[in-house]
Design a protein around this ligand. Structure first.
Ligand code: C2E
Ligand code: CA
Ligand code: CA
Ligand code: CA
Length: 276
């Protein structure tokens, strides 16, 4: 089973052979989680390498299970995707993240929301986005949708149409986990998006492998030529920041800059750091 390295109760992982009975239990628990409001959203900061300012927060869901404690998304999103509950959970995240962002004092801050392939439904997803904006009164320019390359596998034309519809509202699209999946240059040129997030597996080996350094530099180059911003995720140390800055990367996100937490706790931490 996958080791999360966090103090979460790992009661399901995708590579575990879960029997039908156990699955039903998890599904039933997820239904209850929705009904009894057991989900929570933590926010992880994204900083610009240009002016070193906080630009956005990524919304990351947590499940506060009444008996099992905090469960991280890797341990329940795959189940939710398989049993069809991801849509309802995704709707919840979208609306709540937009409402939270609309309440932030700093109205220049953006919020990034993950939308997995199974919840990305052409013709529907753009309506969900519009509805979340309407309910929250969040300015569309402050919302970013993070998608992964695997949404591009099926129904290409309809997916492109939906991405265009979302962008035409003023919402931006980020390509998450870039480099891990299906990416090819021809795909990149065909899909309308605003940002590439370099997967943390590359950032991890930055400065340790000339191969990785070359890949990261190339991705930044691709971003330049396609006129999209580049975010590095999983940034854990200052050396990585130095290398990313030198490579021309635009934004950084990772434990070095801040762990997923409540926005209030991030603000408290920043206020304290500003005093020192
Ligand atoms: P992701 O979108 O790639 O999110 C980044 C993950 O990397 C987060 O894990 C975050 O806590 C972790 N991370 C951030 N900085 C660092 C770092 O410096 N080092 C390391 N080792 N890890 C770092 P998290 O919150 O457990 O989320 C896991 C995945 O679950 C996310 O990966 C995303 O694919 C999915 N997920 C999270 N929230 C949602 C959601 O609301 N909807 C959907 N559909 N998926 C979600
Ligand atoms: Ca993400
Ligand atoms: Ca990612
Ligand atoms: Ca991921």
């Amino acid at each position: 089973a996958k080791h999360s390295g966090r103090s979460t109760f790992s009661w399901y992982t995708a590579d575990m052979d879960v029997d039908a009975q156990k699955r039903k239990e998890i599904e039933a628990d997820l239904v209850k989680a929705l009904k009894f409001d057991q989900f929570d959203i933590l926010y992880q900061p994204q900083y610009s390498l240009i002016d070193n300012k906080l630009k956005a927060y990524e919304a990351l869901i947590r499940w506060e299970h009444p008996s099992k404690g905090t469960i991280s998304p890797d341990n329940f999103i795959p189940v939710a995707e398989d049993c069809g509950l991801i849509e309802a959970i995704g709707d919840w995240v979208l609306v709540h993240a937009c409402k939270e962002a609309a309440s932030w004092e700093d109205t220049s801050l953006c919020v990034a929301v993950n939308v997995s392939a199974d919840q990305f439904i052409p013709g529907v997803t753009e309506q969900k986005v519009a509805e979340a904006l309407r309910l929250s009164k969040l300015a569309p320019e402050r919302l970013e949708i993070e998608i992964t390359e695997n949404i591009l596998i099926a129904n290409t034309k309809a997916v492109v149409e939906t991405l265009k519809n979302i962008r035409s509202m003023g919402v931006s699209i980020a390509m998450d986990d870039f480099g891990t999946g299906y990416s090819s240059l021809s795909y990149l040129s065909r899909f309308p998006f605003d940002k590439i997030k370099i997967d943390h597996s590359f950032i991890k080996n930055l400065g340790k492998s000339t191969y990785t350094d070359a890949i990261v530099t190339s991705i930044v180059g691709i971003g330049r030529s396609l006129d999209v911003l580049i975010t590095a995720e999983g940034v854990e140390n200052a050396e990585q920041v130095t290398l990313l800055r030198a490579a021309g990367c635009n934004l950084v996100q990772g434990f070095l800059l801040g762990r997923p937490a409540s926005v209030k706790s991030h603000e408290t931490l920043r206020a304290r750091q500003a005093q020192d």
